[in-house]
Design a protein around this ligand. Structure first.
Ligand code: ADP
Ligand code: MG
Length: 710
């Protein structure tokens, strides 16, 4: 949902007053030469967006250095070289699997150009006999003769300056080679305007960073191998731009919410005591500490905005409940928002005994409540009869009027977004806000997702948890596993079987899960269920309920399914193609089991051969259950450029910055943003105006909406 909101906000551009200077950067990809509707789609998918700017942000990941221009005799075996040669004769192929050869020479020796599947007409035109030509490619030696198989570039001597360069190599996708991508990039570069400088000039000078326009030029004309290093000044500059846009947005949000005065909430403790009286356990030290932070924030008259970070199962719910009761003790309403209907209902279910013990009137409101019933609920919210309201994030988008909302808990689960917080702060006046997340994020990432928010961590698991045994399993052994599971389920075990996202396509994704479901059905019969994102909410609920009740013993799920659901009796988690998942996501999925008193297992099924980082991810999973450790490791591995799986994890995605390298820049950007807010919160100065360009560049339109509303 966070993504949907973001898209909405990004759409109507002109209305938001985007500076005209940026227009060319927001032009569609099809305005580039050689890019039509068809490869335009491919390019869009490749670069991750539909506009010119997205192409400019497509970073090369390697280079080919064509500056080396030896004679034929001196061209070393296996190296890329650019040679000036004279064409001697063509030897077309006589049979299909024999190559077409073009013999060339210079004053030091002979060189064959070798082509498979050659087009004779084309080669005769490119390489006329007697002409001097430039060819570039990897030289090798075959039966004592120098040759280049399929030269990468061929041209006339006048074209030497275009050929003998450091050529960037881009990440590619099926159907797009480096050549058209390069061509698109160069054309986009020509349209990249000089923009007003938004960075502090002293800071730029100190770091020896170029202007934005120069930095883009260097990005795509790397001077050598160092040009593709994340530490190159041009890359640092661009990364810093992105981080500053991120931090400035968060700082603006933060400033805005702080400026609205809060209220002091300090209850008499009666309701909380009633809850504690029926609690079947004692709070952990981490829960006590977090509550102390929260109560102090609530008591403080400025507006509270705190993040409660805690792994799945760390016990956030009771912390949320006690904090809400504190607000209710003060006579205000409290709200708890979950990202999905299922989770909202599940929260209500867990809270029920506690809220009933405290004698608090609460209601559940989701998108599913319609008509008369909904009217009644809305009325209870409006007149204050409902002291606690549990619902989805949509609570704040559907014209719900509270009588007096003092405190709101936003359960973001694994999705991060300032969007709900924005909506919340515009809807309610003095509401204290607690954001809960189940992803233990490293410090640096907390900063990117939440800026300068206050943080409490539940870094201590409730006692009595049995460790989860994690096992790796090659795909061809999956059959044996199924046999074992059949026995286990007959003895009462409940199993999650997760199928991965296939190339981020929901359709393929569903196909894979459906296929698995059918296979398992043959073994488990009626006791296997399937849940996926295409099901209607009540259909999802129905399947989930059956699994929770034990009518189903195996639940096949796509990753689209909300993993926040709590079924303590489930003790086995199977993750298929585990190598495709990010660490954070594997960790979240595994957290679905190990919630009851019984020993749990997690089987990570992988398809060999494993890439190096995938191997590391899986062994990390086997070695530890510590979410914070896993998160740190995830950040490190992610730095090495593997992207699959991170989008699903919901973390802030950077295009230019790589936090494994640019973590320190992030702290600088935070301080910079803080200063900007202090000095020029409306962005009215000359630098302020330039910074507006920056915010639009990164489509931080929400932040800009703040500036306009004043
Ligand atoms: P989270 O929302 O952080 O994933 P929950 O709040 O759902 O975790 O808690 C997971 C389980 O642990 C629940 O069954 C809850 O009742 C239980 N629990 C919470 N705190 C404690 C504690 N201090 N001691 C024992 N069990 C606890
Ligand atoms: Mg929870």
């Amino acid at each position: 949902m966070a993504e949907a909101v973001q898209k909405q906000a990004a759409e109507p551009q002109r209305k938001t007053g985007r500076p005209f200077a940026l227009d060319s950067l927001f032009a569609p990809l099809t305005t580039l030469p050689g890019i039509g509707p068809k490869n335009g789609k491919l390019l869009e998918k490749l670069v991750g967006g539909p506009k010119l700017l997205d192409v400019l942000w497509h970073k090369p990941l390697d280079i080919v250095d064509r500056r080396f221009r030896p004679t034929i005799k001196d061209a070393p075996h296996g190296h890329i070289a650019t040679l000036t040669v004279t064409v001697e004769k063509h030897t077309p192929n006589t049979r299909r699997n024999i190559p077409y050869r073009v013999r060339c020479h210079d004053q030091t020796g002979a060189l064959d150009l070798v082509f498979f599947n050659a087009h004779k007409d084309y080669l005769e035109k490119q390489l006329p006999v007697g002409a001097t030509v430039i060819v570039s490619g990897r030289v090798d030696h075959y039966q004592g003769r120098a040759q280049i198989v399929h030269p990468d570039a061929m041209g006339t001597p006048e074209e030497i300056d275009e050929i003998a360069v450091v050529e960037p190599v881009y990440p590619l996708t099926q159907g797009l080679t480096n050549k058209p991508v390069r061509k698109a990039v160069l054309a986009a570069l020509e349209k990249a305007p000089a923009l007003p400088e938004w960075q502090d000039t002293a800071w730029l000078a100190k770091n020896h960073w170029p202007t934005w326009q120069e930095a883009l030029q260097t990005l795509h004309h790397p001077p050598g191998l160092n040009g593709i290093s994340p530490e190159h000044p041009a890359r640092m500059r661009l990364a810093y731009d992105e981080l500053l846009a991120n931090q400035l947005t968060l700082a603006l949000v933060r400033h805005h919410s702080r400026r609205q005065s809060g209220r002091s909430l300090e209850g008499n403790g009666k309701l909380r005591q009633a809850l504690l009286n029926v609690l079947p356990f004692t709070l952990t030290g981490a829960q006590e500490r977090s509550l102390k932070d929260i109560y102090a924030d609530m008591k403080d008259p400025t507006r509270m905005l705190r993040l409660l970070q805690g792994d799945v199962g760390s016990g956030k719910t009771v912390v949320a409940a006690l904090s809400m009761l504190n607000a209710v003790e003060c006579g205000t309403q409290a709200a708890l928002m979950a990202p999905t209907e299922i989770l909202a209902r599940q929260h209500a279910e867990s809270l029920r005994p506690w809220l009933e013990a405290a004698g608090v009137r609460y209601i559940v409101l989701t998108g599913r409540d319609k008509g008369k019933a909904r009217e009644v609920l809305l009325q209870q919210i409006a007149n204050g009869a409902a002291q606690i309201v549990i619902g989805t994030h949509a609570l704040f988008q559907e014209g719900v009027e509270f009588h007096d909302l003092g405190f709101a808990v936003i359960d973001e689960q694994h999705r991060f977004g300032v969007h709900q917080r924005l909506q919340l702060s515009s809807k309610s006046k003095a509401t204290d806000v607690l954001v809960m997340t189940a992803t233990p994020i490293p410090r640096t990432l907390t900063l990117t997702a939440y800026g300068d928010m206050d943080v409490s961590r539940l870094d201590e698991k409730p006692p009595g948890r049995k460790p989860i045994e994690t096992l790796l399993l090659a795909h061809d052994k999956a059959e044996d596993l199924v046999e074992k599971l059949v026995k286990q389920t007959q003895a009462g075990a409940r199993v999650y079987w997760v199928c991965p996202l296939v190339e981020e396509s929901e359709v393929l994704d569903l196909a894979a899960a459906t296929a698995r479901y059918e296979i398992l059905q043959a073994r488990f019969g009626e006791t296997v269920g399937l849940i996926h994102g295409r099901l209607k909410p009540d259909e999802k609920d129905a399947v989930m309920q059956k699994f929770a009740k034990g009518e189903l013993s195996v639940l096949v799920a796509t990753t689209v399914i909300e993993v926040g659901v709590n079924v303590p009796e489930a003790t086995i988690m199977v993750i298929e193609h585990a190598e495709r998942f990010g660490l954070a996501q594997l960790h979240q999925l595994r957290g679905r089991v190990g919630r009851g008193g019984d020993k749990s297992f997690c089987f990570l099924i992988y398809a060999a051969p494993l890439a190096e980082t995938a191997k590391e991810r899986l062994s990390t999973m086997r070695e530890t259950e510590d979410g914070f450790l896993i998160a740190e490791k995830d950040l490190k591995l992610r730095g090495s450029g593997e992207i699959l799986g991170t989008r699903q994890s919901g973390l802030v995605q950077f295009r230019l910055a790589d936090l494994a390298f640019h973590g320190e820049l992030l702290a600088a950007a935070r301080d910079d943003a803080r200063l900007i807010i202090e000095k020029d919160v409306e962005l009215q100065s000359i630098r302020g105006d330039a910074l507006r360009h920056l915010l639009y560049l990164f489509e931080r339109d929400q932040a800009i909406a703040y500036l306009r509303s004043g």
